[in-house]
Every structure is written in C-alpha cells, then in structure tokens.
Design a protein around this ligand. Structure first.
Ligand code: KG4
Ligand code: ZN
Length: 339
C-alpha cells in the first residue's frame, strides 16, 4: 500500500511517500529557517503563510521524486494535531481537497505518534521492535515519555513540567548568541569543547516527569558571570572558548537526564526496547549516550526522519489502516490533540 503523508504542524512543509509503512519512496522537506531565524523563534503567522506558498509544490515535488502518479497513491495521511493552529489548517485543508477531488481516502495522524513511527521506516532491525516499548519523544514543543503497549495503545508516563527539551536548546542558544534552531547550533559549538562547568541536573526524583527550566536558568547565570566581562574586555578567543564550554556543559546535562531517566523507567516498566524520536533525537551525543548506556535495544530513526517530515505521517497512517484504527474522514485541525 502506497501512502502520501503531509506534515505542516510547525515550520516545515513536508510531504513523504512510503510503501507499506516501512519503505521510504520520497521525502520532501521545505524548511522556513531563514524566515524565522531573524526573530530567534517561530512566528506562527509567518509559518502558516509560508505553508500556503509551499504546500502545492512540495506535494508535486514528492510525487515527481517518487516517479509515481496519483493513480498509484492508495491513501493520504495528514497531521491534524497537535501543533500551531494556522499551520495545521493549511495541511489539513490541502489534504481534504486532495482527498475529495482525487477520491483517495484520508486519515488524520497525531504528530507525536508520527514521530514514533519514523522508527519503522527503512529500519533493517524492524523485526526486533516488540511491545511494550518505551518511546521518548523530544521535540520543540514536547518531551513525552510514552509506553507503547501495542498499536494505538499508549500510556503517557511522563512529560515536561516546563520547557520542552528542544525549546530549552533553542533558548540556551539564544542566550549564548547562537543561531536558530538552537539544538544543532549548541551541538556544533559543544563539539569544540571537552571542558565542563559544574552544572545542575534535574532528575525530578519520584516522578516520571522532566523539568528543564533549572538548567536553562543555570546557563543564563553562567553566561552572565563568565561571558559579560570577556565581551566587554574584547577577549574574543576566551569568549568563544567559554561559549563552547557552557554549551558542552548544558548539552551533557540535558543528555544525561534524558538518557538516564528513560532507561531507568523502561527497565522498571519491563519494556523490551526504547524508541527515541523527535527533533532533539537528531543530537549525536544523545543518540550515542542512549545507545551505549541502555541494556535494552534502542531504535533511533536516521537524523532526517527525526525532525519533522511527511514520511513519518505516511508510515503511521499505514499502521492505523492495517490495524483498522482509523477510517477516512473529512478532517478538522486539532491544535491541542493528545495521546
Ligand atoms: O520535531 P521537531 O522538528 O519539531 C517539533 O515538532 O517541534 O523538533 C524541533 C526541535 C528544535 O527545538 C530544535 O532545536 C531541536 O528539535 N533539534 C535539536 C537538534 N536538531 C534539532 N536539538 C538538539 N540537537 C540537535 N542536533
Ligand atoms: Zn515534531
């Protein structure tokens, strides 16, 4: 079954085509980084306007890249939430239009569930995925720890009580004067340092929740204390050295907490493996630390399928149909859709 998936919940206009939920055929991702980076964050109004400009071409490009035509597409999937209302409206209405004009059935997909299914795509170890499995979804808007007992059977065990992990990376980068999105920028400069400041790690003992605001405040205090004087005295080499060291300390703290809590809770819950997904799962240190320290098998999609994409929505659609969980509908966006 060949499925075309559309994703516009945030600032990527993305369209992917996947066969049988597991084989990637095409993956078009139109980013809006240049538009939002000058504001240091996503401006919802600009995001939805840009989706309107991009969506038609992204769909066409995805089809051209796949060397297929509409008669080959068996099903459509679209993210209907959670996400930015104006952004979701563009993708959902475009998908409604395609579905009714071409007569192809359409399924609405939860964006976070889509992130999980990125692990099913082009995964040579797919047969080792067995339930229950723990899913850590770390993105710009969410940090959710979800026990997946089977298809469409999710238990939300923990979530962030303040900033999402990606949001904390983005805010940390802004304090350090780095670019947007902050995660890849922090990762880049942290790689230049092997020194660390003493940094707090919020384990939130006794709960399965996360909290990153303390680490963000610690970074701000450290930047005020260590960087301001260097900048004023034009000690620019020292300034760069210290930015890299702060970024390294922050990244290591974030990674340690995310990896350790996820592994401990997965073992407690007798899970058979761990899935790491969402934009922050593109972080090399997090990928390596989780894999190296977990006694359970760890599944992490390739980096391009960790950040927002349409292929993960197509894959999730396939399993919803196969398991008879969803049927074709005329959809409405659900900005606060939950598990
Ligand atoms: O899943 P995603 O593409 O969009 C949302 O659903 O939010 O995640 C975007 C987030 C951003 O906050 C970005 O800074 C973060 O993922 N991110 C990273 C890395 N690449 C993207 N965080 C840490 N390290 C990275 N390499
Ligand atoms: Zn996402």
């Amino acid at each position: 079954m060949i499925i075309l998936g559309i994703e516009t919940s945030c600032d990527e206009t993305a369209v992917g085509i996947v066969a049988d939920g597991t084989t990637l055929i095409s993956n078009v991702i139109e980013k809006q980084t240049d538009i939002h980076s000058e504001y240091g964050g996503i401006i919802p109004e600009l995001a939805s306007r840009q989706h309107m400009k991009n969506i038609s071409n992204a769909v066409k490009k995805s089809l051209i890249n796949s060397k297929l035509d509409w008669s080959d597409i068996d099903m459509l999937g679209v993210t209907d939430g959670p996400g930015l209302a104006g952004s979701l409206i563009v993708g959902v209405n475009f998908a409604n239009g395609l579905s009714s004009s071409l007569g192809i059935p359409l399924v609405g997909v939860n964006h976070l569930e889509g992130h999980v299914f990125a692990s099913w795509i082009d995964n040579e170890n797919i047969n080792e995925i067995s339930f229950p499995i723990m899913c850590l979804i770390v993105s710009g808007g969410h940090t959710d720890l979800v026990k997946m007992n089977g298809y469409n059977d999710y238990e939300l065990l923990g979530r962030t009580r303040d900033d999402a992990a990606g949001e904390a990376f983005d805010k940390a980068a802004r304090v350090l004067g780095l670019g947007f999105p902050g995660g890849p920028e922090i990762e880049k400069v942290a790689a230049k340092s092997n020194e660390e400041f003493l940094f707090p790690k919020a384990y939130m003992k006794g709960t399965d929740d996360f909290s990153f605001s303390g680490m963000k405040t610690a970074l701000k205090n450290l930047a005020d204390k260590e960087l301001n004087n260097l900048y004023e005295d034009f000690k620019l080499d020292n300034f760069e050295f210290t930015v890299n060291k702060i970024a390294n300390s922050f990244q290591n703290s974030m990674v340690e907490v995310l990896a350790k809590k996820t592994i401990d809770i997965s073992i407690r819950e007798k899970c058979k493996g761990i899935i790491l997904s969402g934009g922050v799962a593109a972080n090399t240190i997090l990928r390596d630390v989780l894999k190296d320290s977990s006694p359970l098998p760890v599944f992490i999609p390739p980096k391009i399928l960790c950040t927002d994409n349409g292929a993960m929505i197509a894959s999730c659609t396939f399993f919803k149909i196969r398991e008879k969980i969803s049927k074709s509908l005329f959809l409405e966006p659900i900005p606060n859709k939950s598990w």
